[in-house]
Write a protein that binds this ligand. Structure first.
Ligand SMILES: *Cc1c(COP(=O)(O)O)cnc(C)c1O
Length: 357
């Protein structure tokens, strides 16, 4: 098979992550997160985010999302997120399951970014009415599901609505590093300084085997009158109940330590984003290709003539198509996408374009 742009999780793991896990597998360590490596992860993330955080490692992004949210909403609550969000479309009914049936409400908005005006209309809807679900959490995805990135001002527009309503904000950061590099700001600026209270800090898609961190910004929650101690205590029990308290937590921790050491996360995401920039720039010059949403990080949705899609697939390039509108494909680059592969894809598309029409 030629290079595949199917997803960033088709790539395995960075060597440093793999080696760290092998090393952590030697000797004995206390179980269930009572080991030095797990304490180190919390320390490293506190440093990265420039504040005091509580950290809960889990092994999937879905678990990070739904556990985070479940600790912030009662079963009669509603969670406001974009209609295209992973929560609403790609987590089966885990959101309802983990929250004991809270309502997930889709908010519209261009480029998979919530429209703050729509959000404002719904955020206080029937608040206090016993007959209706109660708005409880706002969740935004950064990178979004279509590959766009909220600017800090766009984030603020959302989190200001949340703040005015006294609601906590969750960020689905499955592609946290890719978004951060696209914005060129600090992790603190893209989270608690922008009004985010809890983040699913993704690592798996960017070079880790299977480790994601729920990061709780304690001070931010406190400022909204929400006890961070209560939230974190609950997260502890909920993670166990949800089957994500790994007994050999040190294996997850070792991956996260390696990911955060020597800026591996930054190096990996820099490469993935650079490959997407190259891919997008190349595709823009191919007749017949339409860019649906300009890629700001490492994911692009574009529309191709159907025969061109057939041609590229026949040539052995991998990507998802057919799940969306006809002719729409999704291309994702990873920390390991080879530059030659990107160039070959563009050449193949251009070659077809020249021959075909
Ligand atoms: C990949 C992804 C996740 C996590 O998915 P898992 O398969 O559960 O690890 C969450 N949110 C978004 C936007 C994603 O792309």
């Amino acid at each position: 098979m030629k290079v595949a742009f199917t997803s960033d999780n088709i790539a395995g793991a960075s060597e440093a992550v793999f080696n760290a896990m092998m090393e952590a597998a030697q000797g004995d360590a206390m179980p269930y997160g009572n080991d030095d490596g797990t304490a180190q992860v919390t320390q490293m993330l506190s440093q990265l985010f420039e504040c005091d955080v509580d950290v809960f490692l889990v092994s999937t992004g879905t678990a990070a999302n739904v556990l985070s949210i479940s600790a912030l909403t009662p079963p009669w609550g509603s969670v406001l997120c974009h209609t295209e969000s992973h929560l609403l479309n790609d987590e089966c009914t885990a959101p309802e399951f983990y929250t004991s049936g809270a309502r997930f409400v889709g908010i519209g908005g261009a480029n998979a970014k919530m429209d703050p005006v729509q959000l404002k209309k719904l955020v206080k809807q029937k608040m206090g009415d016993v007959h209706s679900c109660q708005p409880s959490v706002i969740s935004l995805s950064q990178v979004t599901e279509v590959g766009s990135v909220y600017s800090l001002a766009e984030m603020r527009a959302i989190t200001d609505v949340a703040k005015a309503a006294g609601l906590p904000v969750h960020m689905d950061g499955a592609r946290f590093a890719n978004a951060l590099l696209a914005l060129g700001c600090s992790p603190a600026e893209m989270t608690w300084k922008a009004g985010v209270d809890i983040v699913s800090f993704g690592a798996t898609k960017n070079g880790v085997m299977a480790a994601e961190a729920i990061v709780v910004f304690k001070q931010s929650l406190e400022e909204k009158g929400i006890s961070s101690e209560k939230v974190s205590k609950e997260l502890g029990y909920r993670r166990k109940r949800g089957g994500h308290l790994h007994s050999k937590m040190r294996l997850l921790s070792s991956q996260m330590v390696a990911y955060l050491t020597d800026d591996l996360w930054r190096t990996n995401a820099t490469h993935a984003n650079a490959m997407m920039a190259l891919l997008q720039a190349g595709l823009k010059t191919v007749p017949g290709v339409i860019i649906n949403t300009p890629a700001q990080a490492n994911m692009l949705f574009c529309t191709l003539p159907l025969p061109m899609i057939d041609h590229l697939q026949a040539e052995g390039f991998g990507f998802y198509g057919g799940r969306w509108e006809e002719g729409v494909i999704r291309l994702v680059t990873s920390f390991r996408t080879p530059k030659e592969g990107v160039e070959a894809f563009i050449e193949s598309a251009r070659g077809f374009s020249n021959d075909g029409f």
